[in-house]
Design a protein around this ligand. Structure first.
Ligand code: SF4
Length: 183
């Protein structure tokens, strides 16, 4: 008799203020994706084009929160995902987008849209469709509770694979020497 199939784990991913490099690193697990797909089914991800995150076991979030929409999506992931993981430096500490935290937001908008070289009759965009820019870029844990952090810019495919396989096996994930990269 065949062993009963293991229930598949529902997994969601999203990119907030990130560059999708961490998602690329996830895809870089290459043929191991087939083994992963035996164990998980995808909810909201850039692969499925599902617009709203449903109840999930694991949420992987790339990027920090730079605008109001990022905060909304992050809170949705926290509500829906039993385990929330900050994936990559931008999610862990703001990363590259947080370089703007050293600058005054109003000065930036003024320079870019009003007084920058070649600007004439400029206007700071205020269409209600545009998400409100936050005063700075926030790492995820400053907005919601985060269960795990995977540092690196991006974390390597091997690190993501090791982390997920341990988690899916019901183990406490430990990334040993050579798998963790701090930026
Ligand atoms: Fe891109 Fe690096 Fe940020 Fe990942 S951590 S979203 S690779 S800049």
């Amino acid at each position: 008799m065949n062993a009963p199939a293991r229930p598949r784990v529902r997994l969601a991913t999203t990119s907030l203020a990130g560059c999708f490099g961490c998602h690329m690193s996830l895809l870089d697990i290459d043929e191991r994706l087939f083994a992963l797909l035996d164990r998980v089914e995808f909810d909201r991800t850039p692969l499925t084009d599902i617009k709203a995150c449903g109840p999930c076991d694991i949420g992987l979030v790339e990027g920090g929160a730079s605008n109001a929409e990022n905060v909304e999506v992050l809170r949705e992931f926290r509500r829906q995902c039993r385990i929330l993981i900050a994936l990559g430096a931008c999610a862990v500490n703001g990363g590259l987008p947080a370089q703007r935290n050293h600058l005054d937001l109003e000065d930036c908008l003024t320079q870019v849209y009003l007084t920058g070289p070649g600007m004439q009759n400029g206007r700071i965009p205020d269409d209600p469709e545009l998400p409100l820019v936050l005063d700075k870029v926030y790492p995820l844990h400053e907005i919601v509770r985060v269960d795990y952090f995977i540092p690196g810019c991006p974390p390597s495919a091997d690190a993501i694979w090791a982390f997920l396989t341990q988690l899916l096996a019901g183990q406490e994930p430990v990334l040993g020497h050579g798998l963790i990269a701090y930026d």
